[in-house]
Ligand binder design. Structure first.
Ligand SMILES: Cc1ncc(COP(=O)(O)O)c(C=O)c1O
Length: 354
C-alpha cells in the first residue's frame, strides 16, 4: 500500500508570521472569537496556494497566484463576502507574508475570507466580513507514488446545496466524510460521485483518466471545483504531449477500465492512482502519461521552463533584497509596509460591514 503523508501544522515553527485584520502579526497572537460566524456555520471561503523553492536560483515561486485570487473573488461573490483587496493586491501580500517568514523551502499559503460577526443566526447578509492568511512549509499532501482509491459512499455536494465551484469552508465537511471513510477503510483517497452517480472528483483533487490518446475529465457541471492544477495540466498536456482533454460525464465503471488515472490539486499536485475499488488501474503502476506530466509539472513550478514563467510570481525580487532595506523578516510588530495590506478606505480590514 502506498504511503499517505500527514497534514502540516502552523505550530511547526514557533515564530511564524500571519496576516489578520489588516496586520502582519505573530501566529501566537492571532486569535478569533469563539462565537465567530464562520467557525459555527462554515461561512467562509478560502484558497490553497503553493510556492516552490528552486535552490539553483535561490528563489521561491508562487504558482498561479493571480488565478487563485481571482477564484477567491468568485467564491466570495457567491458567498456574499466583500473581499477588501483586489487579486493583484493579494498576490503582493502573499509574497510579503512569505518574505516575513523567510521561507526558502516549498510552502503552502492559506488565505481565508469569512463571516466574522460573533452572533447566532444562519444567514449570509448583513454580517461583517474579514480576511486572514497564513503560510507554512509543506511537502507532499498525499503520496505521489501511486494511490489506492475507493469510490466513496458519500455523494459530492450539489450546486443547489453548497456550490462546489466556490471553495467554501463548510463544504469541506463533505470532503472530510469521504476522505475519512477512505482512510478508515484502508485506502489512500476517496473518489466522489455526483447525486446521479457520475464521477465528480476526489476529496480535494480533480480527476483525470487517460483513455487511449486522450485525457478525460468531468466538466464543471459535475459539481467539481474548477482546479487551477486541472487547468494547468490540460494546457501542459496539449502543448507538451499533444494530448487533448475531453470534458465529459464519466461513469463509475470507466474508472475500472481506464489506461491511467491521476488526481490533480494544489496540495496533491499530480498524484497517480494505481487502484480503484480493488481493481488495478492499467498495469497497477504509475503510468507513462502520469509520469511525464508529473515531471513537467515539477520543472514548471520550479521555474525550469521559460515558456511557463508567466505562471510564477517570484517572492524574493531585487526590490526586497537586504540592500534595499528588506530582509524578509521584519519581526512581528504589525508593520504594514508598502504592500497595500490596508484596505484603501483606511478602515480595519476586518471591518467591512454591509
Ligand atoms: C474539492 C477540490 N477539488 C479540486 C481541487 C483542486 O484545485 P486546485 O488545483 O485549484 O488546487 C481542490 C483543491 O483546492 C479541492 O479542494
Amino acid at each position: 500500500m502506498s504511503k499517505s503523508t500527514g497534514s502540516a501544522a502552523l505550530s511547526q515553527r514557533s515564530d511564524m508570521v500571519v496576516f489578520l485584520a489588516g496586520e502582519y502579526i505573530a501566529a501566537d497572537q492571532a486569535r478569533v472569537g469563539i462565537a465567530t460566524h464562520a467557525l459555527s456555520y462554515g461561512t467562509g471561503c478560502f484558497e490553497g496556494i503553493r510556492a516552490y523553492y528552486n535552490s539553483e536560483t535561490d528563489q521561491l515561486y508562487v504558482f498561479r497566484a493571480l488565478e487563485h485570487y481571482e477564484r477567491l473573488a468568485r467564491s466570495c461573490k457567491i458567498m456574499n463576502i466583500r473581499l477588501p483587496y483586489t487579486p493583484e493586491e493579494l498576490v503582493e501580500m502573499t509574497c510579503e507574508l512569505i518574505r516575513r517568514n523567510g521561507f526558502r523551502e516549498n510552502c503552502y499559503i492559506r488565505p481565508f475570507a469569512y463571516k466574522a460577526d460573533e452572533t447566532i443566526g444562519v444567514k449570509l447578509n448583513g454580517l461583517e466580513d474579514a480576511f486572514t492568511m497564513f503560510t507554512m512549509p509543506m511537502g507532499d499532501y498525499i503520496s505521489t507514488a501511486g494511490l489506492r482509491c475507493m469510490v466513496s459512499s458519500w455523494r459530492r455536494v450539489d450546486d443547489n446545496m453548497i456550490p462546489a465551484r466556490a471553495k467554501i469552508s463548510g463544504a469541506y465537511v463533505n470532503s472530510a466524510f469521504a476522505k475519512s471513510e477512505a482512510l478508515m477503510s484502508g485506502f489512500d483517497e476517496a473518489i466522489m460521485l455526483t447525486h446521479d452517480g457520475h464521477v465528480s472528483e476526489g476529496s480535494a483533487e480533480n480527476l483525470f483518466m487517460v483513455v487511449g490518446s486522450e485525457l478525460v475529465t468531468p466538466p464543471p457541471s459535475e459539481n467539481i471545483l474548477q482546479g487551477i492544477t486541472r487547468d494547468s495540466v490540460m494546457e501542459v498536456a496539449r502543448r507538451e504531449l499533444e494530448m487533448l482533454t475531453r470534458e465529459r460525464v464519466i461513469d463509475r465503471t470507466e474508472l475500472y477500465t481506464a489506461d491511467e488515472i491521476f488526481l490533480t490539486g494544489t496540495g496533491a499536485q499530480i498524484a497517480p492512482v494505481v487502484e480503484v475499488d480493488h481493481r488495478a488501474v492499467g498495469a497497477g503502476a504509475v503510468g507513462s502519461i502520469s509520469g511525464q506530466l508529473m515531471r513537467l509539472y515539477g520543472d514548471i513550478t520550479r521555474g525550469r521552463r521559460a515558456e511557463y514563467m508567466s505562471w510564477l510570481t517570484p517572492v524574493y525580487t531585487a526590490a526586497h533584497s537586504p540592500a534595499n532595506g528588506h530582509n524578509g523578516r521584519n519581526g512581528h510588530n504589525g508593520h504594514n509596509g508598502h504592500n497595500g495590506a490596508k484596505p484603501k478606505s483606511g478602515k480595519q480590514a476586518a471591518a467591512t460591514k454591509k
